[in-house]
Ligand binder design. Structure first.
Ligand code: FES
Ligand code: FES
Length: 162
């Protein structure tokens, strides 16, 4: 039996794409396989690890827990959309590079999107608040110390670039 296809308009990183997907197509799969935006990583596919986090109207969401059809009309931002307009690293990306916040990098896109949204809500987090900001993202490599430092550094960079 073939699935009925639905025409969906996905607005991602400022560009609009028309895709035809079955109703059960996950947003994470639509981004990666239909749009080729493979920066969004898929770890657990159960909403646990946070690797697939993208911004939906500015708010972090697990794209493995959302259907592509339900993203119609929303403004989506993936890790590819976090660079500056001139292509240089965005503040959170820069902070990860400076503070060695990544090792294998598998978890990194989810951290970058989560922290971007977190700093918009709380631009001057305490160390404890930095830890809270990333509490829903799992990293198997880094032990988190450098990621917490990267959140603090990202806050400085966001302020400097404002
Ligand atoms: S892949 Fe979505 S939360 Fe793990
Ligand atoms: S850097 Fe490898 S899982 Fe986080």
């Amino acid at each position: 039996m073939t699935d009925e296809l639905h025409q969906v308009r996905l607005c991602v990183n400022g560009l609009t794409h028309e895709v035809q997907v079955p109703a059960r197509r996950l947003l994470s799969d639509a981004l990666r396989h239909d749009l080729g935006l493979t920066g969004t990583h898929v770890g657990c596919e159960h909403g646990v690890c946070g690797a697939c986090t993208v911004l939906v109207d500015g708010r972090p969401m697990r794209s493995c827990l959302m259907f592509a059809v339900s993203a119609e009309g929303a403004e989506l931002t993936t890790v590819e959309g976090l660079a500056e307009e001139d292509g240089s690293l965005g503040p959170v990306q820069q902070a990860f590079a400076e503070c060695h916040g990544l090792q294998c990098g598998f978890c990194t896109p989810g951290f970058l999107t989560t922290i971007t949204a977190g700093l918009r809500e709380n631009p001057r987090p305490t160390r404890e608040e930095c830890r809270d900001m990333i509490a829903g993202n799992l990293c198997r490599c880094t032990g988190y110390q450098n990621i917490v430092k990267a959140v603090e550094r990202a806050a400085e960079l966001v302020e400097e670039r404002a």
